[in-house]
Design a binder for this molecule. Structure first.
Ligand SMILES: [Zn+2]
Ligand SMILES: [Zn+2]
Length: 644
């Protein structure tokens, strides 16, 4: 009797000493993701404890302790108030009823995510990468009595994973894509490898965005309209743009009618999409006709200090909220044009580059529009924002790109809008991993601004460097903003790098420490602030790590760290392989920074080149092929780096 009490008063004992009396019960009409939920639960309980739980359909269930997974007659009996239709697509209920347990949710992903929540947050299962999980070994599996409703913190979660620079010639995922892994870390990814890979219905599908991207060219196709109506298209540098990533003359009344019809047809074609999209061009081609120019002036806020903000376009009313105002007017007409037929459908739109600064406060965004707040601000002189600080702080974010202020301005335009975010995060895949510690704050800041979907552009070449760690950390935070980042990082390193975990942590710490780098050059710093201005010193010493060269002593420490790390995992083939991918970041920087006659470089170059080949990376950097890179290094160190 005493022993039973010690086992935990009132907990459900799903497995005792490796055996279970429980049955997993799914609905007769379960959808594929709910059947997967049942299988995933049985599989992991078996892996943890050796206990085998049969899976039966509710019509065949004959009684005994049960885990009711998904909507079914048993679920209705145990939880009569549960109604799958009233739950969100990823929302779940976990409820103990007597000795039974109900895990059920909305469709398609709710039930599956309920199971993953139980396995991950309550029982300690971790899926770090396709080749590395941690499944605790338990003789006895106990689950606390509970009644909880949960869902991921963000409705759309996408660390955008792809391989290879343009053109799209990455191969690695072709052989390694694992939909179970992607589902287990609760990606709802849409764009994996440029949509070459899709999370199948078996794993609940994905957050589907119809016509996502820069799509004006598809909304009002030039092939259809340009001949008769060249004036539908943006007048840019004296000519109408009718090809490529074209712009539109957004104030053109007839063109707007065409756009409304196009959006209506998109909605009819894909009525179940989670979101539709209206994406301004990436090319920056804004119409410069007299009518548009007058509209830019009308909507411009003219409150930003032109010496401080968006330097490349200071004084241009289009940039100072004017273009954003015209875009909102255009988007409002589309949203109100289709809402009669599609009252609940949301249309996403970029708030991006020339539209990032909000228009005047008297403009209001239609309730069916979902702005995608894009910190991917790129101006003529300054390049994209830093990736060593989250968007809410850091020297360049204090006045230069004051995202909290810009967000607050948008909130007045769109007080109730469901906001999304597009984070352009420069984490150069063979660069030093200086960005990882900004992940939690970046996610939490967006969350605090009521952002409910995030796309992270991007986790490139996930198989190299620290790609998988980066991906996993983003996924954890997007699933749960309260995720214990520090503990999670430690767990990942331990599982993935084995005995080298502490060394890898030291390497990440050094890479993230601004004092490991020489100060930012005055030439670059002046793009933001003149010397002597309030944030200049802070900028030069604490930010823009990506543009700064690591100090020699820091590099030598990093080298030593990796030597020790490799020693520590000599007997661990898998950890050694993971470490070799991580070392690529060090090798790349050593080959850039050490004197060309340093005797270590031949070996490092040989190893790096062979890793790039092994990991099927078509490009080393942007468009540099492996052969180009091999020749460049051969020339630099004056020694023929062998072809892999
Ligand atoms: Zn125009
Ligand atoms: Zn920074």
């Amino acid at each position: 009797m005493l022993l039973l009490v010690c086992l935990g008063a009132g907990d459900l004992e799903l497995v005792a000493d490796g055996t279970s009396g429980y049955t997993i019960v799914v609905g007769d009409a379960a959808i594929p993701a709910e059947r997967s939920a049942a299988r995933e639960l049985a599989l992991h309980i078996e892996q943890m404890s050796g206990g085998n739980l049969p899976i039966v359909e509710s019509g065949e269930f004959t009684g005994g302790p049960a885990i009711a997974v998904g909507p079914s007659s048993l679920t209705r009996k145990l939880a009569s108030d549960f109604d799958s239709d009233k739950f969100g697509r990823e929302e779940y209920l976990i409820r103990s009823v007597g000795d039974d347990l109900v895990i059920a949710g909305g469709r398609p992903r709710g039930t599956l995510y309920g199971v993953y929540h139980l396995l991950d947050k309550q029982l300690g299962c971790r899926w770090f990468t396709p080749d590395t999980s941690f499944i605790p070994k338990l003789q006895t599996i106990e689950v606390a009595r509970q009644d909880r409703v949960g869902r991921p913190s963000f409705a759309y979660r996408e660390p955008w994973m792809y391989v290879g620079g343009p053109p799209r010639t990455g191969y690695w995922w072709r052989d390694h894509f694992d939909p179970a892994y992607v589902a287990r870390i609760r990606h709802s990814s849409f764009l994996i490898e440029h949509q070459m890979h899709v999370i199948t219905d078996e794993f609940g599908g994905r957050f589907n965005i119809s016509h996502f991207g820069h799509n004006f060219k598809d909304l009002v196709p030039a092939a259809k309209y340009a001949n008769d109506h060249p004036d539908y298209y943006a007048l840019y540098k004296g000519a109408r743009t009718t090809s490529g990533d074209l712009g539109l003359c957004l104030t053109h009344p007839e063109m707007r009618k065409v756009a409304v019809e196009a959006m209506r047809n998109w909605m009819r074609d894909d009525p179940d999409a989670d979101q539709f999209f209206l994406g301004q061009p990436d090319s920056g081609k804004r119409c410069q006709c007299d009518r548009c120019n007058a509209a830019y002036k009308r909507y411009s806020r003219e409150i930003y200090d032109p010496s401080d903000t968006m330097r490349g376009s200071a004084g241009d009313p289009a940039i100072q909220g004017g273009f954003a105002g015209v875009l909102v007017e255009f988007a409002n007409e589309i949203a109100s044009g289709v809402e009669g037929e599609f009252p609940d459908r949301k249309i996403g739109m970029f708030v991006y580059e020339s539209s990032i600064l909000a228009p005047r406060d008297d403009v209001k965004l239609h309730k069916n529009l979902a702005p995608w707040f894009c910190t991917a601000v790129w101006t003529r002189d300054s390049g994209i924002r830093c990736s060593c600080h989250p968007p809410n702080r850091g020297p360049t974010n204090k006045t230069f790109w004051d995202f909290p202020r810009i967000m607050a301005d948008w909130r007045r335009i769109a007080p109730d809008a469901e906001m999304f975010a597009y984070e352009y995060f420069i984490a150069w895949h063979l660069g030093l991993p200086h960005d990882l510690f900004t992940i939690p704050e970046t996610v939490r800041w967006h969350y605090s601004q009521t952002v409910r979907g995030m796309e992270i552009d991007s986790v490139k070449e996930i198989q190299s460097g620290f790609g998988f760690l980066r991906n996993w950390l983003w996924a954890q935070m997007l699933n749960d903003v309260d995720f214990d980042f520090e503990a999670g990082l430690t767990e990942f390193l331990r599982a993935y790098y084995g005995e080298a975990a502490e060394s890898v942590r030291e390497f990440i710490d050094l890479s993230s420490d601004p004092s490991s780098y020489h100060p930012l050059s005055d030439e670059k710093a002046r793009n933001y602030y003149p010397p002597g201005s309030p944030h200049y010193d802070e900028l030069v010493n604490s930010c823009r790590i990506l543009w700064r060269k690591p100090k020699r002593d820091a590099l030598e420490m990093m080298y030593e760290i990796f030597e020790q790390a490799e020693e520590a995992v000599l007997d661990d083939a898998k950890a050694s392989e993971h470490l070799a991918a991580a070392r690529m970041c060090l090798q790349y920087v050593l080959l850039e920074e050490l004197p060309p006659d340093d005797p270590r470089l031949r070996d490092e170059a040989t190893r790096l080149v062979s890793m790039i080949e092994k990991l099927e990376m078509p490009y080393v950097g942007g468009r540099e092929t492996l052969e180009d890179y091999r020749r460049k290094i051969t020339e630099r160190i004056g020694w023929e780096v062998p072809k892999p």
